[in-house]
Design a protein around this ligand. Sequence first.
Ligand SMILES: *[C@@H]1O[C@H](CO)[C@@H](O)[C@H](O)[C@H]1NC(C)=O
Ligand SMILES: *[C@@H]1O[C@H](CO)[C@@H](O)[C@H](O)[C@H]1NC(C)=O
Ligand SMILES: *[C@@H]1O[C@H](CO)[C@@H](O)[C@H](O)[C@H]1NC(C)=O
Ligand SMILES: *[C@@H]1O[C@H](CO)[C@@H](O)[C@H](O)[C@H]1NC(C)=O
Length: 219
Amino acid sequence: MRSLQFCYPILLHLFLFHLLSDFSSSLPLCRHDQSSALLHFKNSFSLNTEASEWCDIYRNSPYPKTASWQNGSDCCLWDGVTCDTISGNVIGLDLSCSWLQGTFHQNSTFFQLTHLQTLNLAFNDFNGSPMPSHFGGLQSLVYLNLSQSKFAGKIPSTISRLSKLVSLDLSWNYDDLRIKPIQWKKLVQNATNLRELVFSGIDMSSIKPSSLSFLMNLS
Ligand SMILES: *[C@@H]1O[C@H](CO)[C@@H](O)[C@H](O)[C@H]1NC(C)=O
Ligand SMILES: *[C@@H]1O[C@H](CO)[C@@H](O)[C@H](O)[C@H]1NC(C)=O
Ligand SMILES: *[C@@H]1O[C@H](CO)[C@@H](O)[C@H](O)[C@H]1NC(C)=O
Ligand SMILES: *[C@@H]1O[C@H](CO)[C@@H](O)[C@H](O)[C@H]1NC(C)=O
């Protein structure tokens, strides 16, 4: 009997441990379609340290975040991925400085991640890809950062659909990344919560100074 009594604290401990692990396993897991979209996205790029060579190594230390992503594990636990704790949807992705190199396909499965609220792909090398128009379908985005990621050409007109944006950073991509005045106007009219706009290095020569005056009201 005596030895059994001795065991009680240990049994209690095990019991509590079970309760806690049951609790954590009842949190929603990453949804299958979203983990598959992320894996396809991962596999569409090669990893190359040079792709993130301009990353600020002191503040953001570049390393390949997607390298640890494994099919079959809960994608909510993957490096750079944030899920909503109630729905399990992927709502945040920070793959800045992650060595990604290759073409960003227009039809990428990436755009199935329609619950994204924050997205940072800064300091990768998308190799002069045109910015896919499907970015405009990620309408929950509040924060979008595509700084120094080597996109080129016209900023798609669909960008003005991102009406919830608070922060948009498209700085220092290819020199020919540009926005048409009409699209600029629509973006500014639609994204009424915009507080931070970083367009350094973007060709805005076709935009009248008067339509830039709204910048003064930011910050
Ligand atoms: C993940 O694994 C499952 C089962 O093994 C397989 O059917 C699926 O194609 C894999 N997904 C990817 C993106 O590799
Ligand atoms: C996207 O299109 C390219 C060619 O434009 C094709 O090679 C690729 O398989 C397509 N990917 C998907 C996910 O449909
Ligand atoms: C403004 O944003 C809404 C909601 O995202 C969208 O449906 C609409 O098309 C946008 N307007 C323009 C001009 O892009
Ligand atoms: C965009 O991301 C880079 C790298 O993480 C960071 O240095 C920069 O400050 C970000 N821009 C904004 C507007 O947050």
